[in-house]
Design a protein around this ligand. Structure first.
Ligand code: GLN
Length: 532
């Protein structure tokens, strides 16, 4: 029989519930149980795809083309598995389903209500994942904070599931922030106490408490949390800030979270085998070489916007024994003349041209790309990054004045990047891009072939525009060749033959990079940057 672990959060959001959930998953997996994870996002958007990454963080793309919350990325990286879009449940998805059913007449004669209709739909979506994956344990992380109005139906559904599944088949893990006053250095549990009360008010008693803090809490704080949270002292664990976050499973295990969960779920306890995982963490910590990488984009104020890219660089870094030092270049600042493109990249060993959409910062990005190309720095362009490398090359090397992507300039005389044929009739914005894992045919004898070592590879995509095939012969003439094609013949990967690593991809290799299995694209990029 499948068991459920519900992870809730108190005090504030952005606590690292996703990392906690993923870490619990890794511990249980290490015990030999099969595990999967679901993220619940109580917002009304159907998926994260229509949200600004500046507010919400990166949109994580799954193999099946889901535009999901970035926590799905944490689960994939920690659990070393690929999840489908069904693992991200939103209020929007639930209501869309219910309203479609209501209009179809499925509830004919009934009054459609939050309880039972909405809660039933939520429970059935969770159980569907359990059934499809046929795992031993399903982790369900409920986004937001206890007490949020929009989270209530999900918490109510979780409360009902506890009743229906039985206490040893469902546990509640409550993650709370324990802030520390800077004036006295004292940890405060009051906000956590309020969140316990809020949980109890809606009928949920936590089984385990994870206390998040910036540094280790003392035993008095722990006792207080146990007392007010109404749990045993062994059921309180402290997850303080560690670097990298991949070290959290070890931290939680050392404090007996694995034992506490096994006890609560009446599971046979086996010492989790984290061997390879711990080796990776050690490699990361011991990495002695430094490599300075420019991150060129327009959402640089919120690093979560580029989370998977940052993680992919860490994975590749640990593999090569190097610690990437990221130098953020805000393309809007370059555009407005606040930052000089030449000097911004002077001391970096390489640069990632980040993905993105829209007009803001584009000319700034192009100016930085030009400086990088002229100095022959290793460059990795991702999606919009590649597209702008193509624009820069068209203008400054081939001499196509005014060349642009039609996304930014619909009237450009040289549309070197243009809307995909399949996108020309698309009107709706949600879930309508070219999405998910798609094949790329790699041309033999190219850098791309050396990187991947295969003729066909699958990478995840999220775009509407593509490199215009009409200009390819011009690009190839100047040595900027296409080394990967889509089955329809669209350019997927381009590289400049005269340089060691001037490489752009329409896909997002970062989404498939894992700590124990780094993306070969990021490894080769970093390896070249390390050579200096
Ligand atoms: N805006 C570009 C497109 O839609 C690039 C998207 C991206 O970088 N993910 O094609």
């Amino acid at each position: 029989m499948v068991k459920y672990i519900f992870v809730t959060g108190g005090v504030l959001s952005g606590l690292g519930k996703g990392i906690t959930t993923a870490s619990i998953g890794l511990l249980l997996k290490g015990m030999g149980y099969s595990v999967t994870a679901i993220k619940i996002d109580p917002y009304v958007n159907v998926d994260a795809g229509t949200m600004n990454p500046y507010m919400h963080g990166e949109v994580f793309i799954t193999d099946d083309g889901g535009e999901t919350d970035l926590d799905i990325g944490h689960y994939e990286r920690f659990l070393e598995t690929s999840l489908s879009k069904e693992h991200n449940i939103t209020t929007g998805k639930i209501y869309l389903e219910i309203i479609t059913k209501e209009r179809r007449g499925d509830y004919l004669g009934q009054t459609v209500q939050i309880i039972p209709h909405v809660t039933d739909e939520i429970k059935s979506k969770i159980r569907e994942v359990a059934k499809k994956t046929s795992v031993d344990i399903v982790l369900v992380e409920i986004g937001g904070t206890v007490g949020d109005i929009e989270g209530l139906p999900f918490l109510e559904a979780a409360r009902q599931m506890r009743l229906e599944e039985g206490p040893t088949n469902s546990v509640f893990v409550h993650v709370v922030l324990i802030p520390r006053l800077s004036s006295t250095g004292e940890f405060k549990t009051k906000p956590a106490q309020h969140s316990f009360q809020e949980l109890r008010r809606i009928g949920i008693q936590p089984d385990v408490i994870v206390a998040r803090s910036d540094s280790p809490i003392d035993s008095n704080v722990r006792k207080k949390l146990a007392l007010f949270g109404n749990v045993g002292i062994d059921e309180v664990v402290n997850s303080y800030d560690v670097d990298p976050v991949y070290d959290v499973p070890r931290l939680l295990k050392e404090q007996g979270l694995d034992r506490a969960l096994a006890r609560k779920l009446a599971l046979e306890y086996r010492d989790p085998d984290l061997g390879k995982w711990l080796d990776f963490v050690e490699r990361y910590k011991k990495a002695s070489k430094t490599v300075s990488i420019a991150m060129v984009g327009k959402y640089t104020a919120l690093r979560d916007s580029y989370l998977s890219i940052i993680e992919a660089l860490k994975h590749a870094g640990a593999y090569l024994g190097a610690r990437p030092n990221l130098v953020w270049i805000e393309s809007s600042d370059v555009e407005q003349g606040k930052v000089d493109p030449e000097s911004s990249i002077e001391s970096v060993d390489g640069a990632v041209i980040l993905p993105g959409f829209g007009v803001r910062g584009v000319e700034g990005k192009i100016a930085v790309i030009k400086a990088l190309r002229e100095r022959e720095k290793p460059v990795l362009g991702i999606c919009f990054g590649l597209q702008l490398m193509v624009v820069e090359f068209a203008r400054n090397v081939i001499g196509l004045n005014g060349a642009h992507t039609t996304e930014v300039d619909p009237n450009t005389p040289h549309p070197v990047v243009d809307l995909l044929e399949s996108q020309k009739t698309v009107v709706a914005r949600g879930g309508s891009m070219r999405l998910g894992a798609l094949p790329i045919m790699i041309r033999k004898g190219t850098l791309a072939y050396r990187v991947y070592g295969a003729e066909v590879v699958y990478e995840r995509h999220r775009h509407r525009y593509h490199i215009n095939p009409q200009y390819l012969s011009k690009f190839e003439e100047f040595g900027f060749i296409v080394s990967g094609f889509s089955p329809e013949g669209y350019p997927e990967i381009m590289e400049l033959t005269s340089q060691r690593f001037y490489f752009g991809t329409q896909a997002h290799p970062e989404f498939r990079s894992r700590p124990l299995n780094p993306s070969p694209v990021f490894v080769q990029f970093l390896r070249t940057a390390l050579r200096g």
